[in-house]
Structures are given as C-alpha cells and as structure tokens.
Design a protein around this ligand. Sequence first.
Ligand SMILES: NC(=O)c1ccc[n+]([C@@H]2O[C@H](COP(=O)([O-])OP(=O)(O)OC[C@H]3O[C@@H](n4cnc5c(N)ncnc54)[C@H](OP(=O)(O)O)[C@@H]3O)[C@@H](O)[C@H]2O)c1
Length: 311
Amino acid sequence: MNDTISTETRFLHAVEFGLGAWQWGDRLIWQYGQTHSDEDCRAAFDVSLEAGVRFVDTAEVYGSGRSERLLGQFLQETDQPVLVATKFFPFPWRWTKKSLLRALKRSLERIGVETVDLYQVHQALPPISIETWMEAMAEAVEEGLTRTVGVSNYNQTQMLQAYSTLSRKNIPLAANQVTYSLLNRNIEYDGLLARCKELGVRVIAYSPIEKGLLTGKYTPENPPPGVRGRRYGDLLPKIGPLLKLMTGIGQEHGGKSKTQVALNWCICKGTLPIPGAKNADQAEENAGALGWKLTEEEVVKLDDASNAILK
Ligand SMILES: NC(=O)c1ccc[n+]([C@@H]2O[C@H](COP(=O)([O-])OP(=O)(O)OC[C@H]3O[C@@H](n4cnc5c(N)ncnc54)[C@H](OP(=O)(O)O)[C@@H]3O)[C@@H](O)[C@H]2O)c1
C-alpha cells in the first residue's frame, strides 16, 4: 500500500466498493415512492451486506434526511459492522464552524450512531472558506464525532487547500468524492485522480454507472425519466460501441453484465465506486462487480472506447 496513506485513513483504502444511498428518499431525480419503497431500500441494503459490501454513502440532503434515517433503521437491524459516510451541505445560510458541528450532530441522531467513519463537505461553495470548514472538521474529529474527514466535488486547488489546513492540525484528508465513470473521466483528464493517489487521498467514485446509462437499459428511444433524460440526450446516441465492447468483455469473464464491467473498471482505476441501488436486484447485480478483475488489456480497450466518445 502507498506509504503516503496515513494510519487513520488506511481502512478506507482497504474498502473496494460501497453502496450509494441518495436513492433512498429522493423523489426529484430518483422517483422514490414511485419506483421504489422503503422495503426496496432495505432489501438493497440487506443484499449488499450479504454480498460483503461494508460501506454506505449518504448525505444530510438526500431525501431531506430520509436517507440517513432509513440507513439508521437498517443499521439497527443488522449485526454486521458497516462503515458509514455522510456529508455536510454548505448552504449559504451556514456561516460558522458551529453550523457544521450542529449539522453533524443532527446527522448522527438520524443515523443513530455516535460517530461516523467519514464526514465530507458536499461541495466547495462560497462564501465560507475551505479553511473554515476544515477547521470545523478538525473539531469534529477531536470531539470524536467523525473518524475521518473528506471532501466532495473539490477540484485540485480546493482539495490542496483542504489538505494543507487539515495537515496543520495533523489530520489527513481521507477522501475526495467525485463523479467518475467510463462516461465521465474528467478526474483523469485534469490530473485530480493522479494527485489524489500521490497524496494518499481515497477517490470515491460517484455515479459510477453514469446514473444508469452504463447498464445499457436506456437508449435514445427509451431515455431515463425526467431530469436524467434531458441531461443525457446528447450522450445516449453515442454510447452503443462502448456498450457492445462491455458486453463482449463481460462474456469473457463468465457472463458479467455491462454494469459489473463498468464498476470493475472503476476499481481497476484505483477508485472506490459507490453505485446507488433502488432495490435488491440492482444491489445484487452491482455487488457482482466484486471478486474478479478485468485484465490490463481490457482496461485499455475500455479506455479507448470511452475516449472515442468523450474526447
Ligand atoms: N457527492 C456528490 O455530489 C454525489 C453526487 C451524486 C451521487 N453521489 C453518491 O453516489 C451514489 C451513486 O451515484 P448516482 O446515484 O448518481 O448514480 P449511479 O450509481 O451511477 O446510478 C444509480 C442508478 O442507476 C440505476 N441502477 C443502479 N444499479 C442498476 C442495475 N444493477 N441495473 C439497472 N439499473 C441500475 C438506478 O436508477 P434507475 O433504475 O432509475 O435507472 C440507480 O438509481 C449516490 O447514491 C450517492 O451516494 C454523490
């Protein structure tokens, strides 16, 4: 393991895969209540645990707290140890370090735990400085409210600011959670992924199946519903050759699905993918990305096919 990784954050580098919980309670993007119920979310959680998944990512804003509350219920009903990551949203009306500590305490109440394993600032939004939030994070660590500190959607400059503020307090920056998939490789193109590896910061890959596009179930004729459909209108007609390659590669591995290939690719790139799952079937398929590995040659072929779409 990379020797820039500090002891406190080592556990996160040992986690290969996680479960995203934005879907649990979100109606606007994810049609919670229409396409999936609380029972479906519970089944997604249970199946993930059965498959060995031990890391769940949520946020105070997901379903306005519902995602954290559901996770809390599910955690109470399992004996399995689960690593919990949640996030602070720097709303413009949050002005002080205390507001982060207050928000974290409310998240802990909803989840029903005394501490989380990773607390992340959701975005680098003005007006409050990155230094201020990182100083508040340091207090959260000192008070034992979170084991480690992460950021999300931070570019290199912002991440380095966070990293140095925390360093002055002898606290490592554990993770940067960013969008990353075969259909969004900005962190490779702009050097963020490489910089994270250099610094020992774990890259948590969100939207690793590009919000469902890499499953192959959506086509230009059958786009995803609502906001997603509008967002991906230009991309959908271009992804056929990549999906075809993914099908072929999956067959070489005893019939792995496109979704599993997409997630395994994220793992091969040294990131921790956290696909969202609405139900047991999705969670089960996603967890099938574990326990096998694409070859280096296959990764290169996938890189080339995705570059042909993105560049
Ligand atoms: N930090 C941030 O700013 C940020 C932003 C976004 C997400 N996240 C985190 O990352 C997690 C994952 O990202 P994401 O939810 O945006 O996108 P994603 O994981 O790429 O896509 C999830 C969606 O794809 C579909 N899906 C998942 N597994 C499937 C399967 N096996 N077969 C068929 N369809 C499947 C489901 O939607 P349908 O069934 O409706 O197609 C599901 O809701 C979130 O839950 C959240 O924890 C963080």
